[in-house]
Design a protein around this ligand. Structure first.
Ligand code: CTP
Length: 410
């Protein structure tokens, strides 16, 4: 998939520059055409000649060193690339791009770029945790830049923590997935996945929630992205990282999840609702910490909005997939949910079975579709279940597109 693809690698100055040399080599060996821009500080760690030898292309360092009088180098490079990688990306370069600065060959080229840009940060763990860096990353994320999260481990500054540039092999494999996605079964489609629990506030220190870890939803988001979809992952609080490439929208309560899902719903092709949304929330949510009293306490609860049900009422072309976590009467309850919520598919599991349900790496599910089709899958990893669900969803989207085409021709 990567063969012949044009990758512009922007290397900024940190000790991880040596890994960028390996990345250049691996991308080139995989068949990509790689051009490299080095920042002035990156060139202090590894010389441009190394990158020239590995990429077999000229290396750019200076905005004003115009090698070809017929073109303006930074515009030409920006237009040339199918994909731009900034690896390693220092805190300084991230800050500059977030603020629209164009003070060197890399930042100037990035401002002119329309190709997707993936940023792979590498820095000291405290720098990565600094609120200014976090804010800049968020700004860039909202501009559409995507991030390859740094790994955890021994850092060159002596600390152990998050901040290591992701391994070159992993970055190559992400780039391969990126190009594969353009031809995947869900290419051009937008899929919303909801995942994790919701938290319903009692007061500033207490909430009502459930045991969902988000694993199933995150696996589905990853598989949908691999199949080529634009993936919007609306997630309650979980402790796992979002798969690279998906657009993560963090929410806390059922109300926030409702708002985010509906704000993206119209343009989407499918909504997969793995989230364990709270059915009730405290009727009164206190702004101050409630002090304990002698004796028992009562919390009055009110219903939250049933997001899937409302989506079912409003859907036009969208495929709706719901999840049903049950302990008994699985078949009956799943079929009832399918109908009541006007869903196209319900994925049901018996959470009391070993190997199924919250927190496990595996799941045992039965898929129910509107046309009466049902299929019970054996114990599988959540990733395999996710792959199967995405296959089924892509078939349903295909049927829907064919139906819409037929309607149009009538
Ligand atoms: N769901 C939702 N909004 C809610 C509650 C649930 O969108 N407020 C979605 C879940 O994401 C899931 C499906 O609906 O896809 C689960 O259906 P639901 O009827 O809520 O299941 P349970 O919570 O198990 O309900 P019940 O107690 O009726 O079995």
């Amino acid at each position: 998939m990567i063969n012949g693809k044009k990758i512009l690698l922007c290397v900024t100055g940190g000790i991880a520059v040596y890994k960028a040399a390996a990345l250049t080599s691996k991308l080139t060996q995989a068949g990509a055409v790689v051009k490299v821009i080095l920042s002035e500080s990156a060139a202090k760690f590894v010389s441009p000649l190394t990158f020239q030898a590995l990429s077999k292309n000229e290396v750019y360092t200076d905005t004003f060193d115009e090698k070809n009088p017929k073109v303006i180098a930074h515009i030409d490079l920006a237009d040339w690339a199918d994909l731009i990688l900034v690896a390693p990306a220092t805190a300084n370069t991230i800050a500059k791009i977030a603020n629209g600065l164009a003070d060197n060959m890399i930042t100037t080229t990035l401002l002119a770029a329309t190709a997707p840009v993936w940023i792979a940060p590498a820095m000291n763990v405290h720098m990565y945790d600094h609120p200014a860096v976090k804010k800049n990353i968020e700004t860039l994320y909202n501009y559409g830049y995507r991030f390859i999260e740094p790994g955890e481990g021994y850092l060159a500054c002596g600390y152990v923590g998050k901040g290591r540039l992701e391994e070159p092999e992993k970055i190559v494999s992400l780039a391969e997935t990126f190009f594969q996605n353009r031809t995947g079964v869900l290419a051009g489609k937008t899929v919303i996945v909801t995942a994790g629990p919701t938290r319903e506030k009692i007061d500033p220190v207490r909430f009502i929630s459930n045991h969902s870890t988000g694993k199933m939803g995150y696996a589905i988001a990853e598989e949908a992205f691999k199949a080529g979809a634009r993936v919007i992952l609306v997630s309650g609080p979980v402790s796992i990282d979002a798969p690279p490439g998906v657009e993560l929208v963090k929410v806390e309560s059922a109300k926030e999840m409702h708002k985010e899902v509906f704000s993206h719903f119209e343009d989407s092709d499918a909504v997969i609702k793995t989230a364990a949304v709270a059915d009730y929330r405290p009727k009164i949510q206190y702004e101050y910490k409630v002090k304990k009293q002698d004796g028992d306490a009562l919390i009055e609860l009110e219903r939250t909005k049933d997001i899937l049900f409302e989506l079912g009422q409003k859907k036009t072309k969208q495929i709706l997939v719901g999840f049903a976590a049950e302990t008994d009467h699985i078949d009956e309850y799943a079929k009832r949910k399918l109908e009541k919520k006007n869903a196209d598919m319900i994925v049901a599991n018996n959470v009391s079975q070993e190997g199924a349900g919250f927190g496990t790496e595996t799941n045992i599910v039965t898929i129910y579709k509107k046309d009466g089709f049902s299929e019970s899958l054996p114990l599988m990893s959540k990733q395999k279940v996710a792959e199967k669900i995405i296959n089924e969803v892509s078939l349903l989207i295909k049927d829907m597109s064919e139906y819409e085409d037929r309607e149009c021709n009538c």
